[in-house]
Each structure stands twice: as C-alpha cells, then as structure tokens.
Design a protein around this ligand. Structure first.
Ligand code: PEP
Length: 255
C-alpha cells in the first residue's frame, strides 16, 4: 500500500509576506489529513522561513533544484543537497521540465542530481514527461523510458528508488497550460513507468510512489488520483492558493 503524497511546486513565485500567509492558511486546512504526505517547495530563498512557518504541522518542505556537485566549493550561485538538508528540507524536485527545457539539464545530469540528493539524505522527486510533439508522434513511452533509464542505469538510482525516492509524471504539454492529461492517459503512462521499474528490479514497481503533475486543480484531482497507479500529485499553480491545495490534498486522502 503506497501512502498518497501531494507536493506543491511554488516555482519562482511569492514573497516573504505571501509565503507566511499561505502557510498560515494551509496549516489548519490540512491539519486533519493524517493519511497523506504533504510538502511545499518554495523558492530557495524562502525555505528557511517556510520551514519555520510549518513547524508544529505535518507539512514538509522541499527544494526545487540542487547542485550536481556535493561541495562545498566554488560553485557560484548553486545550492547543495547538504545546504537543503541543513535548512530543514526533506524533499527536492529533480529534473523538472522547466530545468530541462530552460536550463539545459539533460538526462545524465538529472540522474546524477537524483543520486546525489538521495545519498545526501534527501528524498528526490524525479520529474519525467514528454513534449506535445513527442506525444503526437507516438513517442511518449520512448521518451519516458529514456528519462527513467538514465536513473536506472546508475546503482545509486536503483538504490534511491528502492528506498524512498518519488517519481512525478508531468506531461510537458499539461504544465501551466490548463490542459490536463485525461485520467486514462495519465494512468497508462504511470502503469508503463511501474512496469519498467519492475522489469529493472523485482519489487521496485510496487513500492515507488508515482505522482501526476500538469494542471491539477481542486476539481480534477479526484478523478486523476482515483486511478490505480497515481499516488498523488505534483502541483504548480494550484499550490499557490491554500484552499485549492488543501482540497487537492483531501482528494488524495479519499483515493
Ligand atoms: C509543475 O510545474 O510541476 C506543474 C505541475 O505545474 P501546474 O500544476 O501549474 O501545471
């Protein structure tokens, strides 16, 4: 039995004031949802403040990215896994499509960060997803397989997945667009990911939590999370509104 998990990716949004206000509203709204793991991933500059704000609740905090070098050292502008841990993070998002598309992160770099995060003691959330043209040309499974296999090729990647690492299937065409994969479209890819994990190492398939991300809102979360292989969500825009995010978390409990 996989425990549902909902994580909010705040991206480069917010301010000191809005972060405090969001958490102040979210804490009571999710206080009774003991059956779901909940995390928020603020911009790195607000992590310490948000860790402080969530204290006394079950809400965990994650980073949105990490350096591919363990450090410490001369890596100007970077944030290490150790620093995220030091601030109180439990999770870190790795390989978000915006990192892949806008900052040139390729499969090998993402896989290296994934392993590094786990070995440092963080729980990495590995994002996988195809572009619209890749879906339209029938290449979805090939793209997902390529992205996943980069991690499975590393012994540390398999160890991370066998431990507690999380996967998020996020079709790029559904992120921030208002377009959502249908529950069946999402389920098909989740099942494909699970089969590939299982084929890589017996037992791996059943244990790994696979989240769906891409324009999940309070009104479509329930039908997505009801699918067999969808274990929760990675939420962008809707995680910036406490009520919407809390409603999505409730949908994961009701799975
Ligand atoms: C995301 O960026 O991970 C995401 C899923 O965004 P949105 O929910 O806004 O589509």
């Amino acid at each position: 039995m996989r425990r549902p998990f909902v994580a909010g990716n705040w991206k480069m949004n917010g301010s000191k004031a809005s972060a405090d206000a969001l958490i102040a509203e979210l804490k009571p709204a999710v206080a009774s949802l003991a059956a779901v793991d909940i995390a928020v991933c603020p911009s790195a500059v607000y992590i310490a403040q948000v860790v402080n704000a969530v204290s006394g609740s079950a809400i965990a905090v994650g980073g949105q990215n990490l350096c591919d070098q363990a450090g410490p050292g001369a890596f100007t502008g970077e944030i290490s896994a150790a620093m995220l841990l030091d601030l109180g993070c439990r999770y870190v998002i790795v390989g978000h499509s915006e990192r892949r598309a806008l900052y040139g992160e390729d499969d090998a770099l993402v896989a290296a960060k994934f392993v590094l995060a786990h070995e440092a003691g963080l729980v990495p959330i590995l994002c996988l997803g195809e572009l619209l043209e890749e879906r339209q040309s029938g290449a979805t499974e090939a793209v997902i397989a390529r992205q996943l296999d980069a991690v499975l090729a590393l012994p540390g990647g398999v160890r991370a997945l066998a431990d507690n690492a999380v996967i998020a299937y996020e079709p790029v065409w559904a992120i921030g667009t208002g377009l959502t994969a249908s529950p069946q479209q999402a389920q098909d890819v989740h099942a494909f990911i699970r089969q590939r994990l299982q084929a890589s190492q017996a037992g791996l398939g059943e244990g790994v939590r696979i989240l769906y991300g891409g324009s999940v809102k309070a009104d479509n979360a329930g039908e997505l999370f009801a699918m067999t292989d969808i274990d929760g969500g990675l939420i962008g825009g809707a995680s910036l509104q406490a009520n919407d995010f809390a409603a999505i978390c409730l949908s994961a409990v009701e799975k």
